[in-house]
Design a protein around this ligand. Sequence first.
Ligand SMILES: [Zn+2]
Length: 421
Amino acid sequence: MADGTVKQTNPFSGTTVWTIPGRANRPITPTGPEPQPIDPEASGAYCPFCEKRYLETPPERMRSVAGVWRYALPAPEVVAGPADVRVIPNLFQILAYSYWHENYGYEVPPPGLRHAEAYLADPLGRDHVCAIARTHALAGGLTEEEWDALGSNEQADRGRSFFGSCHDLVIPRRHFADGAMLTTDLAGSGALTPDEHAEYTRVTLDAAAALYTGNVYAAHVAIFQNWLRPAGASFDHLHKQLVAIDEIGVSMREEIRRVRRNPWLYNDFGVAYPRAEGLVVAENEHAIAIAGYGHRYPSLEVYSRSAAPSPWQMSPAEVRGWSDLLHACHVVSGAEVPCNEEWHYRPPGVEVSMPLRVVVKWRISTLAGFEGGTKIHVNTIDPWTMRERAVAALREARAAGRVADMALGDDCPAEPLRYVI
Ligand SMILES: [Zn+2]
C-alpha cells in the first residue's frame, strides 16, 4: 500500500498477514535467560539428551556414529560411547502406545518385539526399562507405593510399549557449541557443519520412514523442530520430533484442496512468484530457499526440487542439497532466535504431488488480541527485509566457509521444481 504496509496471503493456507512499516526494523533481542558461565563439571550431562545421561530417556532405536548406522543396540553398548545422532522414543508422547493400541489394535511391530526381548535380557537394559516405565507411571499419577507393589515382570512389561513408539526424537550429540563458554552458546542447527546437518537430516528421514513402516494406521508423520523455550522446546538441546497421527492435519487438508485446483501451485508460488517479487534467498542444484510470505512469523522456506514422491525416496544428492539450504537458513537465524522448523510433504496415499518443503519461523512475537479477534496477523518483518538480512548473512557465512556452496540472492537462477504432476 502507499504507506508501505504489506498485506500478504499465504498461498497454501490462506493465512492473512500484514506488515506495518516502522515495526519492521526493530532489532531482534534475545529473550532467553541471561548467559551464565558453563559448569565444566557438568560436561556431557547438561540435560537428559546429553551423552552421559542416555539412561534417562527411553531405549534408543538407532544411532549414527561416523556415518555408520546401528539399530537396537543393547544398553551396555548404548552407554559405551556417544553417538553423533540418535533416535529415541519420546518419554511423554502426544499419542501414546495406548492410543494406537486401544483405538486401532496396534501392537509393537516385530522389530520392536525383537529389540525388547534382547534389551530386557540384559540386566542394565532391564533396569533401564523399569526406571523409564517408573518415571512415566509416576508422572501419570501412580504413587510410589503402587509402583513398588507391582511385580518386577509387570514393571518391565509396562516399558515394552516404548519399543513400539509412534513419537520419536532425533537428537544430535552436542548440547553446547564446541568451545562454548556461556550457557547461551548452544549448538543449534546453524552451529552444526553442513556435513553434520546432512547426517541429522538423513537420520530424520530414516526415522520418519520407520514410523510409517511400523504403524500402518499412521496417516501422517508430523516432523518438526522447536528451538528454545519460546518456540515450545522443553530442553535447550537440539532435537527434532516425529509424531505419527491417524489423520491428515487441518492445514494439510486445506493445502491438498488447493493443489487439486492448481497442481502447479508450488512452482507458481514457491518459485515463480518469489522470483518476480525478489524474494529468492539461495539456491543449489537440488533446492531453493525463499523469504516466506503469508506467515504469522518472519520465515524462511526451503523447497526441494526432487521429483521423489516421498522425502525418504530422494537421492543422497537431493537430500544433501536440501539439507545444505535448510542449514543455511539456521545459520541466518543464529542460535539465539527461538524458531520452529515445520516440514511439509505429501502424506503417503494422497494422490496429489507435493515437493518437500520446510518453513523456519522466527518466534520473536506473541499472538495477541488483535490477531485472535480478526484472524489478521501482524508480522514484524516484511519478506523483502527478511530476504536482505538472509542474503547478507549468507554472503558472510559463505565467505567464512560456514555454509555449503550455493548461489545467493540475484545470482539464483530460480529453476523450476521437478515434482511430477
Ligand atoms: Zn543436553
